[in-house]
Design a protein around this ligand. Structure first.
Ligand code: PNS
Length: 161
């Protein structure tokens, strides 16, 4: 049984994240999407909202569960018997940061947490949660960025009902 975790802020989930979730779920026996709760940051969506959004859009994928964590990813992974962290790479600009995080996690876990990179599908390579929030703020079209339920929640956050 190979378990993996896909950690992230997911503020909010985009089609790029969903693409990584679906593909990773096809590779690993069990995939946990773990939403980071960082008390030092002020996300647009609360951790409960982010978890609920991901649960809703992944309910058709039987081997995906959604959870949240705070603190170090290596501690979450160790306590859930998980040895692989999944991350998406959109472009070469992501690589330097992701390499640093992956190496740090291997060091902190004494080699027990490896990172598995999936290259984001090209149609989502331009997407990020930050860009999506900016489009939503100005009531732009999000059809190709996020699932309809997320689009609705974003517009509500910015007062576009
Ligand atoms: O979606 P993001 O914001 O790019 O995700 C970053 C995330 C959550 C994967 C990363 O910040 C993380 O794992 N944070 C938890 C703290 C941690 O374990 N830090 C050590 C590695 S730098």
């Amino acid at each position: 049984m190979k378990r993996a975790v896909y950690p992230g802020s997911f503020d909010p989930l985009t089609y790029g994240h969903l693409d990584v979730i679906r593909r990773a779920a096809g590779i690993f026996d069990e995939l946990t999407v773990a939403v980071l709760h960082n008390p030092a940051k002020s996300p647009l969506f609360s951790v409960e909202e982010r978890v609920k959004i991901i649960e809703d859009v992944t309910k058709d994928i039987p081997n995906v569960t959604v959870d949240w964590f705070t603190g170090l990813l290596v501690d979450y992974a160790a306590s859930h018997d998980i040895s692989v962290s999944v991350r998406g790479l959109r472009a070469v600009t992501d690589f330097e940061y992701e390499l640093q995080v992956a190496q740090t996690n291997r060091l902190l876990s004494q080699g027990k947490l490896d990172t598995f990179f999936l290259t984001t599908s090209l149609e989502y390579a331009y997407l990020s949660s930050s860009v999506v929030k900016e489009i939503a703020e100005f009531h732009g079209n999000l059809d190709r960025c996020v699932p309809p339920s997320v689009e609705q929640k974003l517009y509500e956050k910015f007062g576009h009902t």
